[in-house]
Design a protein around this ligand. Structure first.
Ligand SMILES: [Fe+2]
Ligand SMILES: [Fe+2]
Length: 264
């Protein structure tokens, strides 16, 4: 299946993105693993299960594009290959950080889950341009999860892990925005409107899959369903607004760094 925006092939400002991923490895303090555990007893079981699923899903599986035709995207150039590797290395790091939390809480990791199996099957079978859309939406709704978790969990190590992951996810979202900007600008107005509609619908579907597994954890910590969906709405809206903003730029593909994108 092909994304409505067409080919996965992109014109990226590769110097910018190689520099970005390299700079992002600097000044990364380890979470305070030895801080006292301050998770309320009533929220522990749901939090631990949520962290186990995220440790598997956020970089704990295959750290690469896995669509049957993934090489179409990866092999456009050695620069793109290296940027994709840097992106997935950061995802692997998320799994390590979440694994650190599991170890801290004395919780065993899991090696399979229905939502993770579904996620991988869709990525493998629907083609790379659709895989990239699934991953983009996952970055957006995961950003909402980590933001709400960080807001409601007072445990120092959990908050430190969320902060590090969010720092990376904001960059990943900007990367996806930049890689889509040129294709988005090339479409006619009707096609763009159709793309936005399907992106909103798929975004809420991804959010609902996430909430079905992780809502209990957030609620036990004091968060609400409305808060999570408001955050998701904000993330998707900011993503689309930035694509629309790129239409008014002189050369959406020339400096595609999505510098104006605001998240959080
Ligand atoms: Fe991640
Ligand atoms: Fe990410």
């Amino acid at each position: 299946m092909q994304s409505i925006l067409g080919e996965a092939v992109v014109q990226l400002n590769t110097d910018f993105w190689r520099g970005y991923f390299s700079d992002n490895q600097r000044d990364r303090a380890e979470p305070d693993w030895h801080a006292p555990v301050t998770v309320p007893q009533s929220a522990r079981a749901a939090l631990f299960q949520s962290l186990r699923e995220f440790q598997l899903g956020d970089g704990g599986g295959p750290a690469s594009l896995i669509a049957f035709n993934a090489e179409r995207f990866r092999c456009q150039s050695s620069d793109i290959q290296s940027i994709v590797d840097s992106w997935f290395n950061e995802e692997k790091e998320h799994s390590r950080l979440l694994g650190g939390l599991l170890q801290r809480f004395g919780v065993e990791p899991i090696h399979s889950h229905w939502s993770f199996s579904l996620f991988c099957t869709l990525r493998k079978t629907l083609g790379v341009s659709f895989e990239l859309q699934i991953l983009t939406l996952t970055e957006l709704v995961s950003t909402s999860y980590y933001s709400v978790l960080r807001c409601h969990c007072m445990d120092k190590a959990v908050r430190d892990v969320c902060a590090l992951i969010l720092r990376d996810e904001y960059g990943h979202v900007r990367f996806h925005n930049a890689r889509l900007a040129e294709q988005y600008a090339k479409q006619g107005g009707v096609r763009r409107a159709y793309w936005r509609l399907q992106f909103w619908l798929c975004g809420y579907a991804a959010a609902t899959v996430l909430w079905s597994s992780h809502g209990k954890c957030i609620r036990q910590l004091g968060g609400t369903t409305g808060e999570f969906y408001r955050n998701v709405t904000h993330q998707i809206k900011a993503f689309i607004s930035s694509l629309d903003h790129s239409l008014t730029q002189e050369s959406p593909s020339g400096g595609n760094t999505s510098e104006g994108l605001k998240y959080g």
